[in-house]
Ligand binder design. Structure first.
Ligand SMILES: [Ca+2]
Length: 129
C-alpha cells in the first residue's frame, strides 16, 4: 500500500472512533461554575473523573504513557468520564498503558462525556501531533 493511502486510511480511522459522543460536543454556557468545564486551561487536554466536566480534573500537554503510575496526574487510570481538548493537538486515548489496546481519539476542540465503551476505560494518553 502506498504511503498516501496509509495516511488517508489512518485519518479515516481517527474520524471513526472519537472518544467523545457527538451529543457531547456543545458550546460552553456562561453559567458554568469554576468547578466544572471552566477549570480547563486553554491549550490543554483536560480529563475529568465525572461527567460534564465534574469530579477531579487532570490536564495534559503531552500525554501520559501510563495513567496508573506515579508519573503525572494521579487517579485518572480507568477513571475518565468526560474530556475537553482545549488545545490544538490531537490525542489518542488507549485502553491499556503504553499506548496499547484499543484507541479512541480526542480531537482539538472536542468536549463532552466519553462514549459508554470509553468511560472509565483509558490507561494511557498519547500526543499524536
Ligand atoms: Ca502517568
Amino acid at each position: 500500500m502506498s504511503l498516501k493511502k496509509t495516511i488517508i486510511r489512518g485519518a479515516a480511522a481517527l474520524a471513526a472512533v472519537s472518544a467523545i459522543g457527538a451529543a457531547g460536543i456543545a458550546a460552553a454556557t456562561p453559567a458554568e461554575a469554576a468547578t466544572g468545564w471552566a477549570r480547563c486551561p486553554k491549550g490543554d487536554l483536560c480529563v475529568f473523573t465525572g461527567k460534564n466536566g465534574t469530579g477531579t480534573m487532570a490536564t495534559y500537554k503531552k500525554g501520559d504513557y501510563n495513567l496508573g503510575d506515579k508519573t503525572g496526574p494521579r487517579g485518572m487510570n480507568n477513571n475518565i468520564e468526560s474530556v475537553w481538548n482545549r488545545g490544538n493537538h490531537y490525542f489518542l486515548m488507549w485502553g491499556k498503558p503504553g499506548y496499547k489496546g484499543a484507541d479512541a481519539s480526542a480531537f482539538p476542540g472536542s468536549k463532552g462525556n466519553t462514549k459508554p465503551k470509553f468511560t472509565n476505560w483509558a490507561s494511557s494518553i498519547e500526543l499524536l501531533r
